[in-house]
Design a protein around this ligand. Structure first.
Ligand SMILES: Cc1cc2nc3c(=O)[nH]c(=O)nc-3n(C[C@H](O)[C@H](O)[C@H](O)COP(=O)(O)O)c2cc1C
Length: 395
C-alpha cells in the first residue's frame, strides 16, 4: 500500500517520526496516555536505554543472497518476528482502533493481540485480520465475565490466550492523573469542559471522535445482567482483577488452547508460569506503565530464557523502536518480540496506514540489520552476534 504523503519518506523515516506525528495529531490527554509511563517513568526510559548496552559483532564479507525474516511462534508461521502487543483504548487514538491494527498486522503476516480493554467487538477484530489473532485477558468484571469473553474468543477463532499478570491494579501514571483522564472518560459532561481547548486544536481527531460516537462502552467486557462495561469503570475494576496462580489454574480449565503468560520479569515467575501450563511467557513490564523501577525487560530476558530452559517459548516486549532492537532481543534468546507504542504511534498518527508504515519501517530495519550483520535469517541469530556491556553485570 502506498503511504499517504504525510507518512512517506523522508518525512517519516523511523518510529520516532511517527511519534512526532502522533503528538501533532492527538490531543495532549490522548498522546500522554499512549506515550507515558508509571510514576517517575524510570522503567519507561530504561526499557529503551538497555538496548544501548548491547552492541553487534558483525560477520563481514559474507554473501547473503536471501534474507529470511520468518519465524515460528506457538506453531504459527509469521513473516516477521514482531507481534502487535495488546494496547487498551486503541479506539481513542483513532476510530479504526483495534480493527485497523489487526488488519495491518494481518497484511504484514504477523499476529495481533487484542486487549480486553477494546472499543471494538472481538469478533470484528478477528475478522479484520488475514493472520492469526490472540486474545489478552484481564479478569475485570470477575470470572463469569471472563468466561464469556474466553468462549466468544474461542468461537471467533482466536488462536491463543494471553493472560497479563502484572496488573494487580492500574499503575500510577502521573501524566494521566494531571491531565484529568478520569474526568475525560467520566459521566459528567461539565467536567469535560477543560479539554475543549486541546480538542479544538486537533479538529481532525475531534471530528472523527464525535462521528465515532464518543467514548464507547467496552463490548468484550460483558457483565452478566448488566451488559458492556463503561470505560470509566475499568480502572476500579482492575483493582479487583488481580490474576493469581490459582486463577491461572482455573483459566487453564476454561481455555484449552495455547496459554501465554505476559508480565514475567524473573526466572522464578517464568518457571512457575510454565509449571502452570504456559506454552509461552512474555518478558514484559507493561512498557513501564505498572510498577516503576523494575528492570528493563532486555536485561531480564537472559535470566528468564535460562530458567525456562526450552520448556516454553520466550517472547519479550518493552522499548522496541528499531529493527536493531528486535534483533538484539532475539540474539539474547527471545523467540520473537511484541511491539506496543511503536505501532500505536502509527495508529494515532494515521490509523491503519500509520500502523502499516510502522511495520514497513521495522521490516526494512530488520532486513538491513541482518544483511549488515552477515546473518541470513532470524533463525540463524544467536548470542555470538552481540556483545553485552560489562556494566550489565552486577559488581
Ligand atoms: C497505551 C498502552 C495501553 C496498553 N494496554 C495494555 C493492555 O490493555 N493489556 C496489556 O496486557 N498490556 C497493555 N499495554 C502494554 C503493552 O502490551 C506492552 O507490554 C508495552 O506497550 C510494550 O512496551 P513498548 O510500548 O515500549 O513497546 C499497553 C501499553 C500501552 C502503551
Amino acid at each position: 500500500m502506498k503511504p499517504p504523503r504525510a507518512l512517506a519518506s523522508p518525512r517519516v523515516v523511523n518510529i520516532d517520526d511517527l511519534r512526532t506525528l502522533a503528538w501533532r495529531r492527538l490531543p495532549k490527554v490522548v498522546f500522554d496516555y499512549l506515550d507515558g509511563g508509571a510514576e517517575a517513568e524510570f522503567t519507561l526510559r530504561e526499557n529503551q536505554r538497555a538496548f544501548q548496552g548491547v552492541t553487534f559483532r558483525p560477520r563481514n564479507a559474507v554473501a547473503i543472497p536471501q534474507c529470511d525474516q520468518r519465524t515460528r511462534v506457538l506453531g504459527l508461521d509469521l513473516s516477521f518476528p514482531a507481534l502487535l502487543a495488546p494496547v487498551g483504548y486503541s479506539r481513542m487514538m483513532h476510530p479504526g482502533g483495534e480493527v485497523a491494527a489487526s488488519r495491518a498486522a494481518g497484511a504484514a503476516g504477523t499476529v495481533y493481540i487484542l486487549s480486553t480493554i477494546s472499543g471494538h467487538k472481538l469478533e470484528d477484530v478477528k475478522a479484520a485480520s488475514s493472520a492469526p489473532v490472540w486474545y489478552q485477558l484481564y479478569l475485570v468484571g470477575g470470572r463469569e465475565t471472563a468466561e464469556g469473553a474466553i468462549e466468544r474468543a474461542r468461537v471467533a477463532g482466536f488462536s491463543a490466550l494471553v493472560v497479563t499478570i502484572d496488573t494487580a491494579r492500574a499503575g500510577m501514571r502521573e501524566r494521566d492523573f494531571r491531565n484529568g483522564m478520569i474526568e475525560l472518560l467520566g459521566r459528567k459532561p461539565l467536567a469535560k469542559l477543560p479539554f475543549l481547548a486541546q480538542f479544538l486544536a486537533r479538529p481532525r481527531w475531534l471530528t472523527r471522535f464525535f462521528l465515532d460516537g464518543g467514548v464507547p462502552r467496552l463490548p468484550n467486557i460483558v457483565i452478566p445482567g448488566q451488559g458492556p462495561m463503561p470505560v470509566i469503570d475499568v480502572s476500579a475494576a482492575l483493582t479487583q482483577a488481580n490474576v493469581t496462580w490459582e486463577d491461572l489454574q482455573w483459566i487453564r480449565k476454561v481455555w484449552r488452547g495455547p496459554l501465554v503468560v505476559k508480565g514475567v520479569l524473573t526466572g522464578e515467575d517464568a518457571r512457575r508460569a510454565v509449571d502452570e501450563g504456559a506454552a509461552a511467557v512474555v518478558v514484559s513490564n507493561h512498557g513501564g506503565r505498572q510498577l516503576d523501577c523494575v528492570s528493563a525487560t532486555l536485561r531480564a530476558l537472559p535470566e528468564v530464557v535460562a530458567a525456562v530452559d526450552g520448556r516454553a517459548e520466550v517472547l519479550m516486549d518493552g522499548g522496541i523502536r528499531r529493527g536493531a532492537d528486535i534483533i538484539k532481543a532475539i540474539c539474547l534468546g527471545a523467540r520473537a518480540v511484541l511491539i506496543g507504542r511503536a505501532y500505536a504511534y502509527g495508529l494515532g498518527a494515521a490509523g491503519e496506514a500509520g500502523v502499516t508504515r510502522a511495520l514497513q519501517i521495522l521490516r526494512a530495519d530488520v532486513e538491513r540489520t541482518l544483511r549488515l550483520l552477515g546473518c541470513p535469517s532470524i533463525a540463524a541469530l544467536n548470542r555470538s552476534y552481540v556483545e553485552v556491556s560489562p556494566s550489565w553485570q552486577p559488581g
